[in-house]
Design a protein around this ligand. Structure first.
Ligand SMILES: [Fe+2]
Length: 269
């Protein structure tokens, strides 16, 4: 028996956002999050920078990422889960400057996302920070044309030594800047990731997750279009199928949005 009460994507409202955190619906879609002109300007601004390829820290993830060549600007907290908070926060500064340069040459989807969220929650919405006030990086720009393997994202499991481990629920916003005509399907499974550390402070491995975790689970799929923003609960295992080869990238900017026990929302990538 699944948790979702509907199989249709919802509009962004205070009720749908609360339902997404509670895993009572599969996804929220914001059509026209950005105009075609803004998307073109953003993609051109990304083109001024050289993309890096995602690498993993552990053997299984290193092999999985090497096969998929996920180009990106910026960084993920998950890349630093074994290197620690200081190394992450130091690298975050340069990464944020790079994304700020892209925004300065086009438009700022992060500011727009924060405004949209703030209009739908009573708590405060802002970039996540450590206890000493240093900010996390937010706004990874990624080309997932080659797909993403089955995985889930949940900071209390993956970042036990970070301030974001205090969140009680986690969603993501993916804003699609460019999509191929046949963009690969994103599929979500209503089977929230459950994991227990075998020792205090253990960091969960999430990429890839075993297929058995989603066997028989209700599934929801969508094919994003440029200009749309899609939100879903990242504790639900999810995957992205490779796009049909048409030379167009599947370019998106991705932000996690955690809900703190206070009700405040904190963003990072
Ligand atoms: Fe994910």
């Amino acid at each position: 028996m699944g948790h979702w009460r509907t199989m249709e994507p919802a509009e962004l409202t205070p009720a749908s956002l609360a339902a997404l955190y509670a895993n009572r619906l599969p996804a929220i879609r914001v059509s026209g999050f950005a105009s075609p002109q803004e998307c073109r300007a953003f993609a051109a601004a990304v083109g001024r920078h050289e993309m890096k390829v995602v690498v993993g820290e552990r053997k299984a993830a290193v092999e999985a990422f090497a096969a998929q060549k996920i180009g990106h600007l910026g960084l993920t907290q998950a890349e630093y889960k074994l290197r620690g908070v200081d190394a992450y926060l130091t690298a975050s500064q340069a990464a944020q400057a790079q994304v700020a340069d892209v925004c300065a040459h086009s438009f700022d989807p992060l500011a727009r996302l924060i405004d949209r969220l703030q209009a739908n929650v009573p708590g405060r919405v802002g970039i996540a920070s450590e206890v000493d006030g240093r900010p996390y990086f937010c706004g990874i720009i990624r080309d997932s044309s080659n797909g993403l393997m089955l995985h889930a994202d949940f900071a209390p499991y993956q970042a036990p030594q970070y301030a974001i481990s205090r969140i009680e629920a986690q969603i993501v916003c993916n804003f699609y800047v460019e999509t191929p005509a046949e963009a690969g399907l994103t599929t979500l499974y209503d089977a929230p990731w459950q994991w227990r550390p075998s020792a205090p402070g253990e960091v969960a491995e999430n990429y890839p997750l075993p297929e058995a975790m989603v066997a028989d689970a209700p599934a929801f799929s969508f094919r994003p279009r440029a200009g749309e923003a899609w939100f879903f609960n990242t504790r639900n295992p999810h995957r992205v199928a490779p796009s049909a080869a048409d030379g167009q990238s599947r370019l998106a900017i991705a932000c996690f949005i955690g809900r703190m026990p206070s009700g405040d929302l904190v963003l990072w990538s």
